[in-house]
Design a protein around this ligand. Sequence first.
Ligand code: NI
Ligand code: MN
Length: 226
Amino acid sequence: MNITYYGHSCFAVEIGNKTLLFDPFISGNPLAAAIDPQSLKADYILVSHGHGDHLADAAAIAKRTGATIIASYEIAQWLGRQGAPKNHGINHGGGGQFDFGRVKFVNAIHSSSLPDGSYGGNPGGFVVESGAGNFYYSGDTALTYDMKLVGESVRLTFAVLCIGGNYTMDVDDAIRAAKFVACNDIVGVHYDSFPPIVIDHGKAMEKFRAAGLRLHLLKIGASHKF
Ligand code: NI
Ligand code: MN
């Protein structure tokens, strides 16, 4: 599986010839100014919750690519009203079977109002299982014991965890989350984009290393193969 980082919590994972794009927020992110959201490929767009810093570019990319939105029922319906042509709504504990594999929607502790104030359902994370391997994306969340269910159920190749603090887990909580989901390769997201979530990269790398984990802080636009 190849992962490419587009800044904040936006990344794409290629599984076979399918591209899964997560939480597209590019045009509003000055750090991602070099990325043109309308150049991104997507067969599926997975949205963890309703906040603008996770779905600002979702409808436009879905319209252009014809990608299927995978999100909570409420967000899938809302993005449909914004013009996303194909939507697959899911909810916690459930999930869907797709041509690349299976997606399960799992708990996150956060909030999920949509940009116009609409109700976005509850926020979540995703567990993706495929023939090429499995991974977990936490979405925006606090550390929660529910993450242990992921570690007990699925052997993960990598996990994408929020690490910036203030609105979500910080580095120390993300290290505990990595232990809960039983995964040593962590891709950090949700840091540096806004003043309250700026982190010290060197310190974060060192803390993960000291815990026996590998933290990957990908440059915006860079890819890593797992
Ligand atoms: Ni959020
Ligand atoms: Mn966020």
